[in-house]
Design a protein around this ligand. Structure first.
Ligand SMILES: *[C@@H]1O[C@H](CO)[C@@H](O)[C@H](O)[C@H]1NC(C)=O
Ligand SMILES: *[C@@H]1O[C@H](CO)[C@@H](O)[C@H](O)[C@H]1NC(C)=O
Ligand SMILES: *[C@@H]1O[C@H](CO)[C@@H](O)[C@H](O)[C@H]1NC(C)=O
Length: 273
């Protein structure tokens, strides 16, 4: 009887997943990438460039327009915020576009009842070529994000080897935990391995990540939305059992802006029935 209980507990423990208390329901919020990409030209395009101004404006809209009260609380920075590493090796935001630093932005988000998400890349460079989080920088970057009072980290996987990802994602999970600050952890890892077993171990992912990007980036077209939906439907028997409170599949953003519905090219794909 005791043995049976122990076995049962072992099974339960395996499906419980990462226990940092976060993302009991799938995260809701706003991420800059789909609409603003890597626009860093604040001289020519000050209203649409990746800058603290943009995130403060979005924070205001999320609060004022009722999104926050519906549960859209994560205000998330994607790629292209980094300026450099300083002489101590620490990441610093671009000083022209984020003149007050990330702590200022986190405080601003928190003052409005929002949470701030940030982006890094488990590799030599971010996807757009900014400094990456190599294995030797994982702990330092986790510490930096915690000091900045960040609430969520998306860790991308460009410019890394498979072996670096195998080591780096669990290492970052442990490093975030060690900071003592609850930081939701979004892992792009499976999207870099084809999204399916045996290359992807979803049991392991559920133990170290709150959220994982399974498959391709979504683009601003119905064709892309359907392509991703089809993939998730096709592989639902693998994907559905690994999701639950605290650990979720991530089909990518909801590309909710007028460009998509107005693009005639994108409407050629058949709609799901
Ligand atoms: C990362 O940079 C190192 C050092 O320059 C290089 O040897 C390695 O090939 C790079 N890895 C990837 C995946 O680009
Ligand atoms: C760290 O991990 C332990 C064990 O899973 C958990 O109880 C704790 O809440 C975690 N702390 C943070 C800050 O994530
Ligand atoms: C997947 O990861 C889990 C948890 O780390 C481990 O127990 C299991 O052996 C792994 N499965 C495979 C097929 O490697």
């Amino acid at each position: 009887m005791l043995l049976k209980t122990v076995l049962l507990l072992t099974l339960v423990a395996q499906v419980l997943g990462l226990e940092n208390g976060l993302l009991r329901t799938p995260p809701m919020g706003w991420l800059a990438w789909e609409r603003f990409r890597c626009n860093i030209d604040c001289d020519e395009d000050p209203k649409n460039c990746i800058s603290e101004r943009l995130f403060m404006e979005m924070a205001d809209l999320m609060a004022q327009d009722g999104w926050r009260d519906l549960g859209y609380v994560y205000l998330n920075i994607d790629d292209c915020w980094i300026g450099e590493r300083d002489d101590r090796g620490r990441l610093v935001p671009d000083s022209k576009r984020f003149p007050h630093g990330i702590t200022f932005l986190a405080d601003y988000a928190h003052s409005l009842g929002l949470k701030l998400g940030i982006y890094a890349d488990m590799g030599n460079l971010t996807c757009m070529g900014f400094p990456g989080t190599t294995l030797d920088k994982v702990e330092l970057d986790a510490q930096t994000f915690a000091e900045w009072k960040v609430d969520m980290l998306k860790l991308d996987g460009c410019f890394s080897t498979r072996q670096e990802r195998i080591e780096g994602y669990p290492k970052m999970s442990a490093a975030l935990n060690a900071t003592g600050r609850p930081i939701a952890f979004s892992c792009s890892w499976p999207a870099y391995e084809g999204g399916l077993p045996p290359e992807v171990n979803y049991t392991l992912l559920a133990n170290i990540c709150n959220l994982w990007r399974n498959f391709d980036d979504i683009q601003d077209s119905w064709r892309s939305v359907l392509f991703i939906l089809d993939w998730f439907v096709k592989h639902q028997d693998i994907l559905q059992p690994v999701a639950g409170p605290g650990h979720w599949n991530d089909p990518d953003m909801v590309p909710a802006w007028k460009g998509m519905s107005l693009d005639p090219q994108s409407m050629k794909a058949p709609l799901p029935c």
